[in-house]
Design a binder for this molecule. Structure first.
Ligand SMILES: NC(=O)c1ccc[n+]([C@@H]2O[C@H](COP(=O)([O-])OP(=O)(O)OC[C@H]3O[C@@H](n4cnc5c(N)ncnc54)[C@H](O)[C@@H]3O)[C@@H](O)[C@H]2O)c1
Length: 287
């Protein structure tokens, strides 16, 4: 028996990156999936690749009617909804706080990254209550756990997803609906194109292009992959997580366990800063 046999799952942002990896993994584990995404061509291609178990519907997660239509489609096609993976996202409005564009870029960032999960929860909850259970999973980020320069709005909204997760988990627990979040670290996906097309002449995939540079960003010496997030989502969507709710699970190869000094301690900023002051301890010296 597969781990998601008989389950019906809605996945937002399923046309690309970790959402697409999750759609593939979930179908392989027996689920029926409805993929909602803004990218029609890519979303339809994934659905076609996955066959009868997958359906694509163009969805803007910041628009309530779209989210409702996506969830209604899952229920109409398959008669139930066991899990929603609120995963759609993008870098959004970025840059120093004192230069934040509070117009359309800000509004679309909030709509996608925070209103999206709120709407997903709002419209999934009544169906799951009626069924007597379900699992809601949302993609937050380690950016919501730690500070970093350059994306304060993104960080705030991802922290918001975790707050939302905890609050709704308490509310829905009596209905046996679990509500959890995943905090990816740095994962090779097209999100790092920041909405641009790759430069002409590049004949490798975005993932292949990113892998070497991302390999040593975290203690586990390989790049984070979409399937790493899919594996956590699989646990949270399956009955194996039946007693798990209100949590944010970090999947980052150990990145947030470090003090930003990864791997080459001898050439780290800390080593450079103290080298003139004291003799570096042996473990901090270059081999
Ligand atoms: N890649 C990383 O390192 C990383 C780290 C932490 C968190 N995340 C989060 O992971 C999630 C998935 O991102 P990814 O890395 O797979 O990127 P991705 O760009 O490969 O996939 C994101 C998908 O979301 C879709 N999307 C964007 N706005 C949408 C909207 N308003 N409505 C519907 N779909 C929309 C995009 O079209 C795209 O297909 C996002 O929430 C992102 O913020 C990514």
């Amino acid at each position: 028996m597969a781990r998601l046999d008989g389950k019906v799952v809605v996945i937002t942002g399923g046309a690309s990156g970790m959402g697409a990896a999750t759609a593939r993994r979930f179908v392989a584990e027996g689920a029926k999936v409805v993929i909602g995404d803004l990218q029609v061509e890519k979303g339809e291609a994934i659905a076609q690749e996955l066959g009868a178990a997958a359906t694509f519907i163009r969805t803007d997660v910041g628009i309530e009617a779209d989210v409702k239509a996506m969830i209604d489609l899952a229920v109409e096609a398959h008669g139930r909804l066991d899990c929603i993976f609120n995963n759609a996202g993008f870098g959004g409005v970025a840059g120093p706080i004192d230069q934040t564009d509070m117009g359309a870029p800000y509004a679309s960032t909030v709509a996608c990254l925070l209103t999206g999960p709120i709407l997903g929860m709002k419209h999934a909850a009544p169906i799951m209550k009626e069924q007597g259970g379900g699992s809601i999973v949302s993609t937050a980020s380690i950016a919501g756990l730690r500070g970093s320069s350059g994306a304060p709005v993104y960080s705030a909204l991802k922290a918001g997803v975790m707050g939302l997760t905890r609050a709704v988990a308490v509310e829905l627990a009596p209905h046996h609906i679990r509500v959890n979040a995943i905090c990816p670290g740095v994962i090779v996906t097209p999100i790092f194109l920041f909405g641009q097309q790759p430069k002409a002449g590049s004949n490798v995939s975005v993932e292949e292009a990113l892998r070497p540079g991302f390999r040593n960003l975290q203690p586990i010496p390989r790049a984070g992959e979409g399937f790493d997030i899919a594996n956590m989502a699989l646990f949270l969507a399956s009955d194996e997580s039946a007693f798990v709710t209100g949590q944010a699970f970090v999947v980052d190869g150990g990145l947030t366990t470090t003090m930003s000094v990864v791997g080459d301690v001898a050439n780290s900023p800390i080593a450079a800063a103290i080298a003139d002051l004291v003799e570096l301890p042996a473990w901090m010296q270059a081999e």
